[in-house]
Design a protein around this ligand. Structure first.
Ligand code: SF4
Length: 232
């Protein structure tokens, strides 16, 4: 009996909703990460030289190398998290370069993103950039503003939404690497606060009213109390 995630992967591999994506890889499968996982990252789209070639999101190109550095700063093991994109295929412009996904393509892929969240059931959803935040707002409204809320855990859809900047070179204009490293360290402390305790106090832990879900996450990992239904 196929799992809900396996059924989702089969639907995605057969998806032909976006004409511009013909001939591109559908980047969703076991290589995206652990199912279930306590932490799920959502980026923008597979890259031409990265995920579209190697089938692994945020891997195989400059952006992938930056993401690996940021994950290390957070103390997170790639094998323990799940990584996906707002759109699951690589959008390109007329000259064959990486392009931003259109609003219609993001809308077409929203059902896949929603089903991914339901299958992975993360406690923390880290949105990497504006496009990811916009795509997640289509799943459930959140009101987050990247420049204002970067690194802050916001209650969202039964778990926590953490807005972060995209690891690609374009985002460095708005958030230098040193600041992004701090953001990811903060995420790591949030996800596993016990590693960072000083005299019993967790560094970087959410405010008092936000402490209970963090304790639950440490105690239970990606527990079924995250609020995601298991139906797809
Ligand atoms: S981007 Fe998403 S909706 Fe569009 S063809 Fe690819 S899988 Fe389907």
């Amino acid at each position: 009996m196929p799992t809900p995630f396996a059924r989702l992967v089969a639907r995605v591999q057969a998806c032909r909703a976006c004409p511009r994506m013909e001939g591109r890889a559908r980047v969703l499968g076991p290589a995206n990460g652990r199912v279930p996982a306590a932490v799920l990252f959502v980026a923008e789209a597979p890259g031409r030289l990265g995920a579209d070639r190697c089938g692994v999101p945020l891997a195989g190109d400059q952006t992938g190398r930056a993401f690996a550095t940021l994950l290390r700063a957070a103390g997170l093991d790639r094998a323990a998290v799940f990584v996906t994109n707002a759109v699951l295929c690589n959008p390109r412009d007329a000259r064959g370069r990486n392009a931003r996904p259109t609003a219609a393509e993001i809308a077409n892929c929203t059902a896949h993103l929603r089903a991914t969240l339901e299958a992975v059931r993360p406690r923390y959803v880290a949105a990497l950039g504006q496009v990811a935040l916009a795509a997640l707002a289509r799943v459930a409204p959140h009101g987050a503003v990247l420049a204002r809320d970067v690194g802050r855990p916001l209650p969202w859809h039964g778990g926590w939404l953490v807005p972060l900047y995209h690891p690609g070179p374009r985002a460095r204009i708005h958030r230098p690497l040193a600041r992004q490293l701090d953001d990811f360290r903060r995420l790591g402390q949030l996800v596993a606060p016990r590693r960072c305790r000083v005299r019993g106090r967790a560094l970087g832990a959410p405010q008092r009213d936000r402490a209970a879900p963090v304790r639950d996450a440490v105690a239970g990992g990606a527990s079924s109390s995250s609020g995601w239904s298991t139906a797809t």
